[in-house]
Design a protein around this ligand. Structure first.
Ligand code: ADP
Ligand code: ZN
Length: 297
């Protein structure tokens, strides 16, 4: 079977054809411009691949959102309230489905990444896992009872509200909707606004990292207490700072204060296997999209 995956990001699209990390036949990436132009680029790539390798079975799309994922809704398959104006209310699922005439499965970028990690990465064999990206935004994907969670709309874990000690951190927060939600306090752009420098230019011993680890740890504690995930996978540009992982693990352990009775949280060595980087590196999204395609009948 030949599957196609689209990681549809706010700044770039990554498209791949194949059937797993060990068998990618072709891959391309290009900047996200207008919906018509960007989708046309993806379609012509897939059409070329079909000439070379035969008919695609299905397409998976892991897209920035928010998305309408309710099959009963007239806007099913659309990007909804995004501030990226030309994409607001664009039906990405329908556009791809009509152009290629194959089944299309759509989910959020982070649910896609969670699914990719579950299928081929650091989440294999688990029933419940969270994938959190900390990059331009903060977003979480959730697999629960072996299935991606949608619910009312879909989880928006990047916008949870956290205790914010303004005497320690007077920064008001950068989320246009909530100010000091998790994304507003901890995404890459929030770090840049607070410290006046891009996160990747802050030295490893800068106080920014202790504060960053604190916000991430508080968020993870909330996810652990509400969802009871068997593993938390942290990706995105900001998590490329290797010093963050041990700091986050230690703070999670301290904040929980031995209350959640699992050796994964109590034992420092096991905690290293509980809060982990993505097994697929920065390929969880595109491979997750491919894994979504496998769900099509
Ligand atoms: P996106 O979220 O758009 O897919 P990234 O995950 O690469 O993209 O996140 C980009 C953000 O991550 C930017 O705000 C950037 O400053 C920050 N970032 C990128 N690389 C690093 C790094 N090595 N260390 C810390 N922050 C980084
Ligand atoms: Zn917010």
């Amino acid at each position: 079977m030949l599957y196609a995956g689209i990681e549809a990001g706010g700044t770039k699209f990554v498209c791949a054809v194949g059937n797993g990390p060990a068998n990618i036949l072709a891959e391309t990436r290009f900047p996200t411009t207008s919906p018509t132009e960007t989708i046309a680029q993806a379609i012509s790539f897939f059409q070329e691949q079909q000439v070379l390798h035969g008919k695609l079975h299905s397409v998976g799309i892991a897209a920035f959102g928010p998305l309408d994922l309710n099959p009963a809704s007239s806007a099913f398959g659309s990007i909804t309230t995004t501030p990226k104006i030309p994409w607001a209310h664009f039906n990405i699922m329908q556009a791809v489905q009509q152009a290629l005439n194959v089944p299309v499965i759509l989910d959020t970028d982070v649910n896609g990444a969670a699914f990719g990690e579950w299928r081929w990465g650091a989440g294999q064999g688990l029933e419940c896992l969270v994938y959190l990206t900390i990059g331009t935004g903060v977003g979480g994907g959730l697999l629960i009872n072996g299935k991606l969670a949608h619910g009312l709309v879909h989880p928006e874990m990047g916008h949870i509200l956290l205790p914010h000690d303004r005497s320690r951190d007077p920064f008001a927060g950068a989320c246009p909707y909530h100010g000091d939600c998790l994304e507003g306090l901890a995404a890459g752009p929030a770090m840049e606004k607070r410290w006046g420098k891009r996160a990747e230019t802050l030295p490893a011993d800068h106080p920014a990292w202790d504060l960053e680890a604190e916000y991430i740890a508080k968020a993870l504690v909330n996810f652990i207490c509400t969802l009871s995930p068997q593993r938390l996978i942290l990706g995105g540009g900001v998590m490329a700072q290797p010093q963050l992982f041990p700091m986050v693990r230690l703070k999670v352990n301290q904040l929980l204060n031995s209350y959640v009775n699992s050796s994964s949280l109590l034992d420092k060595e096991l905690l290293e296997g509980y809060i982990v980087p993505p097994g697929l590196g920065n390929r969880s999204g595109v491979l997750g999209a491919l894994a979504l395609a496998e769900l099509a009948e």
